[in-house]
Design a protein around this ligand. Structure first.
Ligand SMILES: *[C@@H]1O[C@H](CO)[C@@H](O)[C@H](O)[C@H]1NC(C)=O
Length: 399
């Protein structure tokens, strides 16, 4: 039965999903960090529901070497279809992991279940459907707790500073609204392109897929979740239809990440394209997509909608419970922009006016009006435009 479900789910999604886009595995977080001469460690972390994640750590900068000092911890969490590679692709000048390392931080990078580096489980294989029964709610309540606890245990530090991009901010809100004990462990949170409410998401893909896949659940009840595995031919075709025919657009538009996050930014650092293509999309489950599309349809920031019957069983109510964003009292800094398909201005406003005003330490709207969702990672001069400010905020949060 599960086999049939997987097959059908894949067919529904990509219509002709037969193969994953081929990619070289020689470009990874570890190889990139090594290439630049920094130390890199890999730490396996098992979640309480059995997923085995890989954390990447740059313990100290090559500029200082290991001087035995205790460093404050920066914990970086990637977005949808992404991985720890996001933070190192820009190299020492533009990659946030390197910049933090040079600034004296002990840098830990998370990898959510299902991405390139976290495809293991104590008893389930990613080849089979049951492995993929998760979505970003689970990243918030299982992956983040396991990884943060591990970092605190390994470093002996009492608190971390959290930096998230996109889904790495969604899962942060999930964590803190579901599990209160982490409030005291997070000194501050710096959320890039924050995604909570999504009713005004501009992504053209959402507009196409929302009405179909953002319904309360039906498909999930029928099929279970599955690995999100878009077919490369289908991607090329979609890219041709959606993007105009500039040369760069053509290349990046065959990549699911850009089709969702936007391809029309004048800031994209083109020298990074080959490495971006080699490391992303990094994998996720279809339920992660469906949950975002449900938000787009409902305009609510709430748990997964399985349809009335199962909602009643799981949640005790016909509609899923909302995430209590107003109740979160961790110091939070938001950084957002006008040209963000995922985190639209209206939705970010909803977020910042819902938050506890005492928690909201900064809501920084970038003056670069064309800055898009992925520029928070790979925009030209992202250090000068954004990261220098984030570092200042991190320093002031620790006083
Ligand atoms: C563009 O990316 C490269 C890494 O591929 C990096 O070394 C460079 O600093 C970036 N350029 C700018 C202007 O941000």
């Amino acid at each position: 039965m599960w086999l049939l479900r997987v097959v059908i789910a894949q067919l529904v999604l990509a219509s002709i999903a037969l193969a994953q886009p081929s990619r070289s595995s020689s470009t990874t977080t570890v190889t990139i960090v090594k290439k630049h001469g920094y130390p890199i460690e890999e730490h396996p972390v098992q979640t309480s529901d059995g997923y085995i994640l890989t954390m990447h750590r740059i313990p100290y900068s090559k500029l200082t070497g290991n001087d035995g000092k205790r460093r404050p911890v920066a914990f970086l969490m990637h977005g949808l279809l992404c991985s720890s590679s996001d933070w190192v692709l820009g190299g020492p000048h533009s990659g946030l992991a390197f910049i933090l390392s040079d600034a004296g931080y002990d840098v830990w990078m998370g990898n959510a279940r299902g991405n390139t580096y976290s495809r293991k489980h104590a008893s389930k294989s990613p080849v089979f459907q049951p492995f993929w029964n998760f979505e970003w709610h689970d990243i918030g309540i299982y992956d983040l707790p396991a990884m943060i606890d591990n970092v605190i245990y390994q470093t002996g530090q009492e608190q971390i500073q959290y930096i998230g991009h996109s889904q790495g901010t969604t899962s942060f809100f999930v964590l803190n609204s579901m599990i209160k004990r982490f409030r005291s462990r997070i000194l501050s949170a710096h959320l890039l392109a924050p995604v909570a409410w999504m009713g005004h998401m501009e992504s053209p893909l959402a507009k196409v897929a929302g009405p179909l896949f953002g319904q309360p659940n039906a498909l999930v009840e029928l099929f279970g979740s599955a690995e999100f595995m878009p077919n490369s031919r289908a991607m090329e075709l979609m890219g041709q239809v959606m993007c105009n025919d500039q040369a760069v657009s053509q290349i990046i538009c065959s990549n699911m990440l850009f089709l969702m996050g936007g391809w029309n930014s004048p800031y994209l650092n083109e020298t990074m394209i080959p490495e971006i293509m080699a490391t992303t999309p990094a994998g996720c489950s279809v339920n992660q997509m469906f949950h975002y599309l449900q938000e787009y349809n409902s305009g609510e920031f709430r748990q997964f909608d399985y349809g009335k019957a199962r909602n009643k069983k799981d949640y005790g109510s016909k509609t899923p419970p909302n995430y209590d964003v107003a109740g979160i009292d961790v110091p939070i800094y938001l950084y957002y922009s006008d040209n963000d398909y995922f985190a639209s201005l209206i939705d970010v406003d909803k977020l910042r006016y819902t938050m506890n005003p005492k928690s909201l330490k900064r809501a920084y709207r970038l003056p670069q009006t064309k800055w898009n969702h992925l520029d928070f990672l790979w925009g030209l001069n992202v250090k000068e435009i954004l990261y220098d400010l984030v570092l200042d905020d991190m320093r002031s949060a620790s006083y």
